[in-house]
Design a protein around this ligand. Structure first.
Ligand code: ZN
Length: 158
């Protein structure tokens, strides 16, 4: 992004030089061609500036999201969810009005919050914790069966 900004500054210097040289041009055809060239350079520079501003807005949004996540993740701690399964559970003193819940460990480490949902799979009446966002899943009661889909022992749906 810094390279793009420096390149943009170089383009403005070039346009300024071209604008200064217009007053010394006596030939109308050459001057008109220079004006058209300069106009195109200005349009290109404006488009580059708009693209950079869009990138900046995107980065600002990402920074705000990460700042929010830094605060939000303090509400959670690594907890056993049963049968050797670990996830992040809401701390008792940070629960507020929320019911007890756990969030996906993969999404947590990826900088996002996704509440784990329990689903029941048949055959076997198996209880599975599932992340709707990334597909992480863990059996807390029962075990994988081919009719459940995915792969045996996988922590992710495939
Ligand atoms: Zn997830």
């Amino acid at each position: 992004m810094v390279g793009e900004i420096l390149s943009g500054l170089g383009a403005f210097k070039s346009m300024l030089d071209a604008a200064k040289s217009l007053k010394d041009m006596n030939d109308t055809a050459i001057r008109n061609a220079a004006v058209i060239d300069l106009s195109q350079k200005i349009i290109d520079a404006q488009q580059e500036q708009m693209a950079l501003m869009e990138q900046m807005r995107t980065l600002e949004g990402e920074m705000a999201r990460l700042r929010t996540w830094d605060t939000e993740k303090q509400r959670y701690e690594l907890k056993s969810l049963g049968e050797g399964v670990f996830g992040y559970g809401v701390k008792a003193d940070a629960q507020g009005n929320d019911p007890p819940h756990s969030i996906c460990p993969d999404c947590y480490h990826g900088g996002a919050k996704s509440i784990l949902q329990q689903v029941t799979r048949h055959p076997g009446m198996c209880y599975v914790l599932l992340c709707q966002k990334c597909g992480w899943e863990a059996y807390t009661v029962g075990g994988w069966h081919p009719e459940h889909g995915g792969k045996s022992g996988s922590r992710r749906r495939s």
